[in-house]
Design a protein around this ligand. Structure first.
Ligand code: ZN
Length: 103
């Protein structure tokens, strides 16, 4: 059993937990009960742990991918289409309006 992620927000930890479970990785949240008291001390933050150590590397990899993707979504502003000036989400490769290449 190894801790792979820790955050103040039980919602965030729960979110990553369900993603890893979907990937077939057995995980559990430590300190889940304590977090209900919103302890301000990091050691009591809910911690996501893998049950089987052999899943550790894969779990870390999946988490890193998700966190990176989420950051990209937060920091990438919308792209304005150079042709029709419509706003497109940063994840789009072609304009939803006129199908121009916006990457
Ligand atoms: Zn366009």
């Amino acid at each position: 059993m190894t801790e792979i992620y820790r955050d103040r927000s039980p919602v965030k930890v729960g979110h990553y937990k369900s993603i890893l479970e979907e990937q077939g990785i057995k995980v559990f949240v430590r300190n889940d009960v304590l977090s209900a008291m919103e302890a301000p001390i990091p050691v009591f933050f809910p911690a996501l742990c893998v049950m089987n150590d052999e899943d550790h590397d894969r779990a870390i990899k999946i988490l890193q991918d998700i966190i990176q993707k989420e950051k990209a979504e937060i920091y990438n502003p919308d792209i304005t289409c150079p042709k029709c000036k419509e706003e497109n989400p940063a994840t789009f490769e072609t304009c939803w309006s006129c199908s121009s290449d916006i990457k």
